[in-house]
Design a protein around this ligand. Structure first.
Ligand SMILES: NC(=O)c1ccc[n+]([C@@H]2O[C@H](COP(=O)([O-])OP(=O)(O)OC[C@H]3O[C@@H](n4cnc5c(N)ncnc54)[C@H](OP(=O)(O)O)[C@@H]3O)[C@@H](O)[C@H]2O)c1
Length: 248
């Protein structure tokens, strides 16, 4: 994959040419404290999707980093909307990445955590049915589970009639899931931002104009703007820019 998606460091410490996975792993890393990292791809004009899906925005270099970030996390957080719409499959990592995780004292696979208020989830969806690690569904106390969901996932309830993300994420951390990677979607991103839970945003900017129509990578109720310092800029041969912004 790395040969087909060469990536160079532009800032800081520009690399003379494409870098290997070890360099990328060092650049992204795992935090030394509980941490929530968001990962999104967008067009130059800020679209969240192309023809309704993120796939049209995601080139080989974005996919390379996407896979590395999955390797680095304890749990992969995704909103039910994105899980349903994008037809999430079970998390798979190749043997090289599983070996990296074992060597670093991690479980072979990260845990999938789905955030849902309605529990309108299909237990037969491959993300649940074929999961290598039993997924968690983060929901609230009034949500009624559809038949079969508790056969394939643990339900964790926080909040009375809406999901309390602050206590929900604290519970995930108590369960040993301290390094969280969130792959969206926009409504979950908006809610996490409003709750001031976002520590980092990894943003791939695809070299294309999507035009008017698609929404932004964040959605929902407005919240105050917050600073998020730039930590690195990578450039891929396919023209994608890969930015990392983080609090620390
Ligand atoms: N460009 C990218 O990197 C990227 C990444 C991800 C997604 N996307 C795109 O985003 C679109 C999907 O967006 P979306 O509008 O459906 O937003 P979303 O945030 O993916 O999903 C919204 C749904 O997720 C659950 N949810 C989200 N936040 C919640 C919260 N705080 N509490 C409880 N439940 C919460 C709810 O599910 P329930 O209905 O089950 O309650 C809600 O209806 C798709 O087009 C997808 O391709 C793009």
């Amino acid at each position: 994959m790395s040969d087909r998606a060469p990536i160079s460091v532009l800032w800081p410490d520009p690399s003379p040419g494409p870098v290997d996975d070890d360099t990328l792993i060092a650049r992204y890393g795992r935090a030394d404290r509980p941490h929530l990292r968001m990962n999104f791809v967008t067009s130059v004009d800020g679209a969240v999707s192309l023809d309704g899906y993120s796939a049209g925005l995601s080139g080989a270099s974005d996919k390379r980093v996407f896979g590395l970030l999955r390797m680095l996390c304890d749990a992969l957080l995704v909103a039910a909307g994105t899980l349903r719409h994008e037809g999430y499959r079970a998390i798979r990592l190749d043997e090289r990445r599983r070996a990296w995780r074992r060597a670093h004292g991690l479980t072979e696979y990260p845990t999938l955590v789905v955030v849902s208020g309605t529990l309108d989830l299909d237990p037969a969806q491959a993300a649940f049915a074929d999961a290598p690690v039993r997924p968690v569904v983060l929901t609230h106390r009034n949500a009624a589970a559809p038949p079969g969901l508790t056969d394939v996932a643990d339900l964790v309830r926080h909040g009375d009639d809406r999901v309390d993300l602050v206590t929900g994420l604290a519970e995930l951390r108590r369960r040993g899931l301290g390094q969280l990677l969130c792959e969206g979607g926009p409504h979950l991103f908006g809610a996490l931002t409003a709750a001031d839970l976002v520590d980092e945003v990894c943003l791939s900017i695809a070299p294309l104009l999507a035009g008017a129509g698609p929404g932004r990578i964040t959605a929902g109720a407005p919240s105050p703007a917050r600073g998020l310092p730039l930590r690195h800029v990578l450039r891929a041969d396919d023209g994608t820019l890969l930015l990392r912004h983080a609090r620390h």
